[in-house]
Design a protein around this ligand. Structure first.
Ligand code: FES
Length: 104
């Protein structure tokens, strides 16, 4: 099974199992990682914001316009920011690393 790594707000890294077909948000919830995801993936919030490791950013499919619009509302936006509920795990993303944005 692929794995992915979350870098938590305190800088600690957690490598977790990342089943194909689940979103980064769902994977975070499975492992009690502190990513909110208030709208549960319906692109109506920005609380599932993650900053993708620059090495991985180019391997993800492009964000949709709706995702871009919602990301504009996220705190701590960075070049490689994405919405965790829109990144769906595939075999090719084995090793994906994302960082939780610094609060506020
Ligand atoms: S959970 Fe709301 S946009 Fe991702």
């Amino acid at each position: 099974m692929p794995k992915m790594t979350f870098i938590e707000r305190d800088g600690s890294r957690r490598e977790v199992d990342a089943p194909v077909g689940l979103s980064v948000l769902e994977i975070a919830h499975k492992h009690d990682i502190d990513l909110e995801g208030a709208c549960e993936g319906s692109l109506a919030c920005a609380t599932c914001h993650v900053v993708v490791d620059p090495e991985w950013a180019g391997k993800l499919s492009e964000p949709t316009d709706d995702e871009e619009d919602m990301l504009d509302l996220a705190f701590g936006l960075e070049q490689t920011s994405r919405l965790g509920c829109q990144i769906v795990m595939t075999e090719d993303l084995d090793g994906l690393t994302v960082q939780l944005p610094k609060a506020g």
